[in-house]
Design a protein around this ligand. Sequence first.
Ligand SMILES: *[C@@H]1O[C@H](CO)[C@@H](O)[C@H](O)[C@H]1NC(C)=O
Length: 206
Amino acid sequence: MRFLLLLFAGAVLCAKDAQKVVVEVAIESLCPDCRDVITGSIWEAFRADGLLDIMDLRLYPYGNAKQQLDQSTGLWKFTCQHGEKECQGNLMQTCAINIVQNMTVLFPWFWCMERSTSPIDFAPRCASQFGIPWAPIQSCVSSPQGNAWEHQMGAWTDNLSPAHTEVPWFVVNGAHDETTNQRCAENLIGVVCGLYQGPKPAGCGR
Ligand SMILES: *[C@@H]1O[C@H](CO)[C@@H](O)[C@H](O)[C@H]1NC(C)=O
């Protein structure tokens, strides 16, 4: 009995000791390759048994946008690679991330938006489908708070080292390289399971 207890305590400690693999991704709401990884590789990892216990997923919706402070309003003005609609989508996603503060709850909404024919138009429908409160997100989008949060996404993206040259841009445990970026886009499960130091969950396969 004592042995079993020790064994159990040991297993719990081991599981606690292993750090989650931190997967950060610079994305844009309308970039085709971003839509592919959100509905493909990331979605597969999200759904794989136990992967959320070993992966800390953080999304940064901004990508190749530019920002400039408007001195007269004190607000940031964003210019997006795929136009004004993409800026709206980035802002919705940024607001949702900051309001919901739980990627486990929120990611199905990203998946639903990005697999639709028009992510921005489908955002409210996808929110109601997955029980995400839409009203606070909608009011955030046109608020100074939303503007400040989007500015933070831009600051994170512009501070990347090495500087990003494309999106999606994966940073895994704080590091970026082209090979890992490609592997994340194709098989995020493999990357996360390969890096995780603790006992592998069933979703890692054999
Ligand atoms: C996020 O939500 C999930 C599902 O409701 C919950 O199990 C988990 O504890 C939450 N995580 C945090 C950090 O609140």
